[in-house]
Design a protein. Structure first.
Length: 213
């Protein structure tokens, strides 16, 4: 009996090492697949923002063109990537402006960004819309230049923000703000609000657009 026990004991390290190698290989393959999905999603998002900027009323994308839930969630998985692609910039804006609110509030914030993207007086990429004015110290979205970290640290809330961003870029929910280009939280009253037309309000925000004149 002793020789068999010795044989099994000597095989254990090799089995453990083999399992460890397989686990590491699986993790590497998963990371590679996630990176590939993220790259595809970022390319799709770039095309979608180009279309939204040029033709904001265009029909929703085809299934092949549309962003998928898996692809969007693969982008910026840690919530700390540079703000250099449409998904990340829109997701972070939704996250920081409307985190902890309901889905309707988050959709409304996303609509303002997309409305600006389709308006000729604003930049023609999501990231440029979000970062507009920061160099002059007059941010359009305060989270971008408030001096704090821009990383999204609440995993579930960021996943929700990315899903809203996906739907916004795909154009699959109605604009509840009625074309708003500006908004503010109800607890503040900015001086510019009197110069614009209120188009909608939610529990958390008031939304505005310039007058026809």
């Amino acid at each position: 009996m002793h020789p068999r026990l010795t044989s099994k004991a000597s095989d254990f390290p090799r089995t453990f090492i083999l399992l460890l190698i397989l686990a590491l290989f699986g993790q590497a393959a998963l990371a590679s697949d996630q990176a590939q999905q993220a790259e595809i999603a970022e390319r799709k998002a770039e095309l979608l923002e180009q279309k939204a900027s040029a033709e904001p009323s265009e029909a929703p994308p085809t299934p092949a063109q549309a962003l998928t839930p898996t692809g969007v969630q693969a982008v910026d998985p840690s919530g700390s990537a540079p703000l250099d692609d449409a998904i990340t910039c829109l997701s972070r804006t939704i996250y920081w402006e409307a985190r902890g609110t309901g889905g309707g509030e988050m959709e409304a914030v996303a609509s303002v960004v997309m409305n600006r993207l389709g308006d000729p007086q604003f930049p023609n990429t999501v990231c440029e819309v979000v970062r507009q004015g920061s160099e002059q110290g007059n941010c359009q979205f305060s989270w971008w230049c408030d001096g704090r970290s821009d990383s999204a640290y609440a995993e579930q809330a960021y996943a929700e923000a990315k899903e809203i961003a996906r739907r916004a870029l795909n154009g699959t929910f109605a604009d509840s703000t009625d074309g708003a280009l500006f908004f503010h939280q109800k607890r503040v009253t900015p001086s510019w609000a009197n110069d614009y037309i209120k188009t909608a309000e939610t529990e958390e925000f008031d939304f505005y657009r310039p007058g026809d004149g």
